[in-house]
Ligand binder design. Structure first.
Ligand code: IMP
Length: 422
C-alpha cells in the first residue's frame, strides 16, 4: 500500500468472494474508501462491533470516523434503497452525512428501471440472465443511450426530468405488453429517498479523490460483483452491466491508470455463481451440495442458492491478466476442511478441443481437473501460516505456481481474526 495511490480490491470470479470482510480488515489502512461500479445488486456482509450489516451501495469504510467514503461516478444508485441502508446505519449510531460523499455523475435507478429489468427478463424466456431485479441493466443502458438521470439532476428542475424519463419507460413497457405493475407506493418512497439523498454532500468526487492523492493520501477502490460478471470481460450476455475490473476503477472514479497501486484479486478456495450462464466447474452432485451447505452459499441480495464447484484456474488466470492482479487473497479455505480430495480445473474441453485460455463463449465447455489431497484438518482455529497442515500449504503452493501470483492473505473463517497474512 503506497501513499498517493489507489489500491483496488476486486472480486475476480463471479462476485460473492467475501470482499466485505477483507475491506473491513483493510479500511483502517486507507484514508478514502470508494465504490466505483455497480449498485444495490451488490451485498457486502460486514460484521462490525458484533452487529451484522449488509452494505449495498455504501462503501465499507463507513464505520470508521474520519474516513472519507465515496460513491463514485461509475455507480448507479437507487434513492429509496440507499435511504433504507443509510438509515439503518444512522440508527446504529454512525454519522453518515459527515463521512459519505456521492458523485453528481453517478446515475439514478428509477422505479421504472426496475420494472424494465423484470420486463426484459420476462421477454428473454429461457435465456434469462437471472438478474437481481434492481434495475441495473436498464439504468446503465440509459446512461449509454445518454438519456439517464444523474445524481446532479436532483439539484436542477428534477421533477420535470423525472417525469420525462418515466414516460419514456412507460412507453417501452406498453410496447412490450408489460403493463401489470403498480409503482405508486414504491415511487413515493423513491421520492422520499431523493429528498433524503439531497441532504448528503453531492459532489464532483473525481476532484476530491485526485486532491486526496495529491496530498499523499491513499484510496481503496472497493469492487462489486466480479470479473466474470464484467460487461466486457465476463461471460456475456450472462453478466452485470458495469465495468467490474481495474479499468472500471479508472473510469468509475475519474483517476488515471498510473495512480493505481496494488491490485488485490480476491477469490474463494472453490467457485460459486449466482444467476444463469455458463459455469464449467459447476457440481451437480452431493459434493456441490456439501460446499453450499458448509459455505452457506445463498445470495446476500436475492437469497437464491449459489451454484458451487471447484476452483477454476482457467478463469482465475484470465481475471489476473485483464485486471493486472498483483496479489491474491483466498477466502473460505476452511469450507474445504473435511474433503478427502480437492480438485482444481486446469483446462476446458469441448468437442475434443482442449484450452487453457478463457474461451469467447464458455457455453458447453467441460472442466478438466487435477486432483490434490485434502488436508482434513480444522483450519478455523489457526492464527499463523506455520500452523497450516502440509496438504493445505501444498494447495496454496499449487495455486501460486499455477497463477504466478502470491497469495498474501488466506481466510479460514468468517471472523476478522480468522484472516491470516502470509
Ligand atoms: P444484475 O447485476 O442485477 O443485472 O444481474 C446480472 C447478473 O449478475 C446476474 O447473474 C446476477 O445474479 C449477477 N450479480 C449481480 N450482482 C451480483 C453480486 O453482487 N454477486 C453475485 N452475483 C451478482
Amino acid at each position: 500500500m503506497a501513499k498517493g495511490k489507489v489500491d483496488a480490491l476486486l472480486g475476480i470470479v463471479f462476485g460473492d468472494e467475501g470482499k466485505g470482510k477483507v475491506v473491513d480488515v483493510f479500511t483502517p489502512r486507507y484514508d478514502v474508501v470508494a465504490r466505483f461500479a455497480g449498485g444495490p445488486n451488490a451485498g457486502h456482509t460486514i460484521i462490525f462491533e458484533g452487529k451484522k450489516f449488509v452494505l449495498r451501495s455504501i462503501p465499507s469504510g463507513i464505520f470508521d470516523e474520519g474516513k472519507l467514503n465515496i460513491i463514485g461516478n461509475g455507480c448507479v444508485i437507487a434513492p429509496d434503497l440507499f435511504m433504507a441502508e443509510a438509515i439503518e446505519l444512522e440508527t446504529a449510531g454512525y454519522d453518515l452525512k459527515s463521512r459519505l460523499h456521492i458523485s453528481r455523475r453517478a446515475h439514478l435507478i428509477l422505479p421504472t428501471h426496475r420494472v424494465l429489468d423484470r420486463a426484459y427478463e420476462a421477454a428473454k424466456g429461457k435465456n434469462k440472465v437471472g438478474t437481481t431485479g434492481k434495475g441495473i441493466g436498464p439504468t446503465y443502458s440509459d446512461k449509454a443511450s445518454r438519456i439517464g438521470l444523474r445524481v446532479g439532476d436532483i439539484q436542477d428542475n428534477f421533477e420535470q426530468k423525472y417525469q420525462a424519463l418515466k414516460a419514456r419507460h412507460e412507453q417501452i413497457l406498453r410496447d412490450l405488453h408489460f403493463t401489470d405493475y403498480d409503482i405508486t407506493e414504491e415511487e413515493a418512497k423513491w421520492m422520499e429517498g431523493i429528498r433524503y439523498m439531497s441532504e448528503f454532500p453531492l459532489r464532483d468526487t473525481e476532484f476530491e479523490i485526485n486532491q486526496a492523492l495529491a496530498e499523499g493520501k491513499n484510496v481503496l477502490a472497493e469492487g462489486a460483483q466480479g470479473t466474470m460478471l464484467d460487461i466486457d470481460h465476463g461471460t456475456y450476455p450472462f453478466v452485470s452491466s458495469s465495468s467490474t475490473c481495474t479499468g472500471g476503477v479508472c473510469t468509475g472514479l475519474g483517476v488515471a491508470p498510473n495512480s493505481i497501486g496494488e491490485i488485490f484479486g480476491i477469490f474463494k478456495a472453490y467457485s460459486t455463481r449466482v444467476g444463469s450462464g455458463p459455469f464449467p466447474v459447476e457440481l451437480f452432485d452431493e459434493t456441490g451440495e456439501k460446499i453450499r451447505d458448509i459455505g452457506h452459499e445463498y445470495g446476500a441480495v436475492t437469497g437464491r442458492n449459489r451454484r458451487c464447484g471447484w476452483v477454476d484456474i482457467v478463469g482465475l488466470k484470465y481475471a489476473i491478466m485483464v485486471n493486472g492482479v498483483t496479489q491474491l487473497i483466498m477466502m473460505k479455505s476452511d469450507v474445504l476442511d473435511t474433503f478427502p480430495t480437492i480438485k482444481a480445473c486446469v483446462a476446458y474441453e469441448k468437442d475434443g478441443v482442449r484450452t487453457t485460455e478463457m474461451p469467447y463463449d464458455t457455453e458447453g465447455w467441460e472442466a478438466v481437473y487435477e486432483e490434490l489431497p485434502g488436508w482434513q484438518t480444522d483450519l478455523t482455529q489457526m492464527t499463523s501460516p506455520d500452523q497450516f497442515p502440509q496438504a493445505f500449504k501444498d494447495y496454496i503452493d499449487y495455486l501460486e505456481k499455477a497463477l504466478e501470483r502470491p497469495i498474501t492473505i488466506v481466510s479460514v473463517g468468517p471472523d476478522r481474526a480468522q484472516t491470516i497474512e502470509r
